[in-house]
Design a protein around this ligand. Sequence first.
Ligand SMILES: [Zn+2]
Length: 141
Amino acid sequence: MDGLEIKNNRIDKSIPIYVIYPDNVKWDFFNGLFEEYGHAFYSPESNIIFLDGRLESEEWFTDDHLYVIEAHELAHKLAGHTHGHDIQSEKEADFLGYNILKQMGLNSASQLHREEFKNRYNISVEEFDVPELIEDIIVNL
Ligand SMILES: [Zn+2]
Protein backbone atom coordinates (compact mmCIF):
# COMPACT_ATOMS: atom_id res chain seq x y z
CA MET A 1 0.00 0.00 0.00
CA ASP A 2 1.29 3.44 -0.90
CA GLY A 3 2.01 5.77 1.96
CA LEU A 4 2.27 3.07 4.60
CA GLU A 5 5.30 1.50 6.18
CA ILE A 6 5.00 -1.05 8.96
CA LYS A 7 7.81 -0.84 11.47
CA ASN A 8 8.79 -3.17 14.28
CA ASN A 9 8.27 -1.77 17.72
CA ARG A 10 11.57 -2.23 19.58
CA ILE A 11 10.02 -1.95 23.02
CA ASP A 12 7.00 -4.20 22.60
CA LYS A 13 6.94 -6.39 19.49
CA SER A 14 3.24 -7.09 19.93
CA ILE A 15 2.34 -3.49 19.02
CA PRO A 16 3.27 -2.72 15.40
CA ILE A 17 3.95 0.82 14.24
CA TYR A 18 2.12 1.97 11.12
CA VAL A 19 3.93 4.94 9.62
CA ILE A 20 1.48 6.93 7.50
CA TYR A 21 2.77 9.24 4.74
CA PRO A 22 0.97 12.04 2.87
CA ASP A 23 0.57 9.87 -0.26
CA ASN A 24 -1.61 7.40 1.67
CA VAL A 25 -5.19 7.29 0.34
CA LYS A 26 -6.46 7.88 3.87
CA TRP A 27 -4.05 10.72 4.57
CA ASP A 28 -6.76 13.33 5.22
CA PHE A 29 -8.35 11.08 7.81
CA PHE A 30 -5.06 10.33 9.54
CA ASN A 31 -3.84 13.89 9.29
CA GLY A 32 -6.95 14.97 11.19
CA LEU A 33 -6.08 12.50 13.93
CA PHE A 34 -2.44 13.63 14.05
CA GLU A 35 -3.67 17.20 14.43
CA GLU A 36 -5.87 16.10 17.29
CA TYR A 37 -3.55 13.68 19.09
CA GLY A 38 -0.06 14.73 18.03
CA HIS A 39 2.61 13.00 15.96
CA ALA A 40 1.62 9.55 17.13
CA PHE A 41 -1.24 7.79 18.82
CA TYR A 42 -2.16 4.33 20.00
CA SER A 43 -5.38 2.69 18.90
CA PRO A 44 -6.57 0.23 21.57
CA GLU A 45 -9.11 -1.29 19.16
CA SER A 46 -6.49 -2.36 16.64
CA ASN A 47 -3.46 -2.49 18.97
CA ILE A 48 -1.47 -0.35 16.54
CA ILE A 49 0.63 2.78 16.98
CA PHE A 50 0.03 5.22 14.11
CA LEU A 51 2.93 7.56 13.39
CA ASP A 52 3.00 10.68 11.23
CA GLY A 53 5.50 9.84 8.46
CA ARG A 54 6.47 13.49 8.06
CA LEU A 55 8.34 13.22 11.36
CA GLU A 56 11.07 11.20 9.71
CA SER A 57 12.12 14.16 7.60
CA GLU A 58 12.20 16.56 10.56
CA GLU A 59 15.76 17.49 11.38
CA TRP A 60 15.24 17.34 15.15
CA PHE A 61 13.70 13.86 15.05
CA THR A 62 16.13 11.23 16.36
CA ASP A 63 15.99 7.55 17.16
CA ASP A 64 15.55 8.48 20.81
CA HIS A 65 12.39 10.42 19.92
CA LEU A 66 11.01 7.26 18.37
CA TYR A 67 11.89 5.32 21.54
CA VAL A 68 10.02 7.95 23.56
CA ILE A 69 6.95 7.53 21.34
CA GLU A 70 7.10 3.73 21.59
CA ALA A 71 7.38 3.87 25.38
CA HIS A 72 4.69 6.55 25.77
CA GLU A 73 2.17 4.64 23.65
CA LEU A 74 2.95 1.34 25.38
CA ALA A 75 2.38 3.17 28.67
CA HIS A 76 -1.12 4.18 27.54
CA LYS A 77 -1.82 0.54 26.79
CA LEU A 78 -0.44 -0.75 30.12
CA ALA A 79 -2.37 1.87 32.05
CA GLY A 80 -5.57 0.89 30.24
CA HIS A 81 -6.18 4.40 28.99
CA THR A 82 -8.96 4.63 26.46
CA HIS A 83 -9.30 7.21 23.73
CA GLY A 84 -9.27 10.80 24.64
CA HIS A 85 -6.56 13.08 25.64
CA ASP A 86 -6.87 14.27 29.19
CA ILE A 87 -3.83 15.78 30.83
CA GLN A 88 -3.74 13.21 33.64
CA SER A 89 -3.53 10.29 31.17
CA GLU A 90 -0.76 12.08 29.29
CA LYS A 91 1.19 12.71 32.48
CA GLU A 92 0.82 9.08 33.49
CA ALA A 93 1.91 7.87 30.05
CA ASP A 94 4.94 10.16 30.10
CA PHE A 95 5.90 9.12 33.61
CA LEU A 96 5.43 5.43 32.89
CA GLY A 97 7.15 5.74 29.49
CA TYR A 98 10.16 7.32 31.16
CA ASN A 99 10.29 4.43 33.63
CA ILE A 100 10.00 1.83 30.86
CA LEU A 101 13.00 3.33 29.03
CA LYS A 102 14.99 3.61 32.24
CA GLN A 103 14.23 0.01 33.16
CA MET A 104 15.41 -1.10 29.71
CA GLY A 105 18.70 0.72 30.20
CA LEU A 106 17.99 3.07 27.29
CA ASN A 107 19.72 5.95 29.00
CA SER A 108 19.70 8.70 26.40
CA ALA A 109 16.08 7.97 25.46
CA SER A 110 14.95 7.90 29.10
CA GLN A 111 16.80 11.18 29.68
CA LEU A 112 14.93 12.70 26.73
CA HIS A 113 11.59 11.48 28.07
CA ARG A 114 12.46 12.95 31.45
CA GLU A 115 13.19 16.33 29.87
CA GLU A 116 9.98 16.21 27.86
CA PHE A 117 8.04 15.52 31.07
CA LYS A 118 9.58 18.58 32.69
CA ASN A 119 8.92 20.75 29.61
CA ARG A 120 5.32 19.66 29.28
CA TYR A 121 4.17 19.85 32.90
CA ASN A 122 6.65 22.16 34.54
CA ILE A 123 7.42 19.61 37.23
CA SER A 124 10.13 16.97 37.35
CA VAL A 125 9.34 13.24 37.35
CA GLU A 126 10.36 13.23 41.05
CA GLU A 127 7.67 15.80 41.80
CA PHE A 128 4.89 13.84 40.10
CA ASP A 129 2.25 12.50 42.46
CA VAL A 130 2.26 8.92 41.15
CA PRO A 131 -1.14 7.17 41.20
CA GLU A 132 -1.14 3.73 42.79
CA LEU A 133 -2.11 2.01 39.53
CA ILE A 134 0.96 3.45 37.82
CA GLU A 135 3.17 2.55 40.79
CA ASP A 136 1.95 -1.07 40.53
CA ILE A 137 2.70 -1.24 36.82
CA ILE A 138 6.24 0.07 37.36
CA VAL A 139 6.95 -2.43 40.13
CA ASN A 140 5.94 -5.23 37.75
CA LEU A 141 7.83 -4.03 34.68
ZN1 LIG B 1 -0.37 10.18 24.87
